[in-house]
Design a protein around this ligand. Structure first.
Ligand SMILES: NC(=O)c1ccc[n+]([C@@H]2O[C@H](COP(=O)([O-])OP(=O)(O)OC[C@H]3O[C@@H](n4cnc5c(N)ncnc54)[C@H](OP(=O)(O)O)[C@@H]3O)[C@@H](O)[C@H]2O)c1
Length: 265
């Protein structure tokens, strides 16, 4: 089966208007797969859809949805309509807060959990069900190195990404016999507009050696059938994070020292 037969005829991409989400859409269109492009701002989605149509002849549709809304998954499914979805990419997921847990109203964290956990979870349930029936397709959940352990200033974010990691691993094994691929793409610092906005808001310069969204998206698409995890910048064999209680404690304290100058306070 070629790529378009396996993951077409349509993809759904959340957070498609910029950064890695935009790159997924461009690379899928180049492979002949149109996407349903989702984000809150409609204008950049429409610009991207027009660009894709002009450069590849592939026709994407757009939907303005707040993925943190309690009914977001229902809205995503409605946007997909009756189309056959062969690939679901949950890309939107950065933490816009950069704050200690108790220094913000709880509602900010509830929105992060709804967007990163509940909406991804509900959409995965529905899209995976039809893929299992058809015995083909894929789900790609965009993750972060934060999934491997807690971090100060990122406590809620890291917890949502840890959920995604364990969820992917379990579903990967369950869906494998049905020829449905499940992958979580573990990113490190990447040159996305959202990351640049965060650095600018904190008065920090752009970090050196940021990954490019194009390369990161390409790594994810190339490894769809090589789940459950692909780690940016690491080979399959490279050891993961420490697991003893002592080494995890030391790791969190080291991260705390690193994150203080970024998030302040
Ligand atoms: N950039 C990094 O350094 C880095 C590192 C590790 C992991 N990651 C992961 O990579 C993914 C992409 O990150 P990113 O840096 O590009 O930032 P992001 O905020 O996750 O993604 C930006 C895209 O998501 C959309 N979006 C954000 N919140 C939304 C909401 N509530 N509802 C609908 N759409 C929403 C944005 O469009 P609208 O604003 O128009 O809604 C935009 O299209 C995330 O899952 C993140 O956790 C990023």
């Amino acid at each position: 089966m070629n790529f378009a037969d396996r993951y077409g005829p349509f993809a759904v991409i959340t957070g498609a208007s910029e950064g890695t989400g935009r790159e997924f859409a461009l690379q899928l269109a180049a492979a002949g797969i149109p996407s349903i492009l989702i984000a809150r701002r409609e204008a950049p989605l429409q610009t991207l859809a027009a660009e894709i149509l002009e450069t590849t002849g592939v026709e994407c549709s757009t939907a303005s949805i707040d993925l943190a809304a309690p009914d977001a998954a229902a809205q995503v499914l409605a946007a997909a309509g009756g189309q056959e979805i062969g690939l679901f990419i949950a890309n939107a997921g950065a933490d816009p807060n950069g704050s200690k847990f108790l220094d913000l109203d709880l509602e900010n964290w509830l929105q992060l959990v709804r967007r990163n956990v509940m909406t991804v979870f509900e959409c995965s349930y529905h899209f995976a069900a039809t893929m299992r029936t058809r015995r083909r397709g894929g789900l790609l959940l965009v993750n972060s190195g934060a999934a491997y352990g807690g971090a100060s200033y990122l406590a809620t974010y890291a917890a949502t990404k840890a959920f995604m990691l364990a969820f992917t691993e379990g579903l990967w094994a369950e869906l494998k016999p049905f020829n449905v691929d499940m992958l979580t793409l573990v990113m490190e610092t990447t040159d996305t507009p959202e990351f640049r906005r965060l650095l600018a808001a904190k008065g920090l310069p752009v970090f050196p050696n940021l990954a490019s969204p194009r390369d990161v998206a390409a790594l994810g698409l190339a490894n769809l059938a090589n789940g459950p995890i692909v780690n940016w910048g690491k080979s399959d064999e490279e050891p993961g994070p420490p697991t003893s209680a002592k080494s995890r404690r030391e790791r969190i304290l080291a991260i705390d020292e690193m994150t203080k100058p970024i998030f302040g306070g």
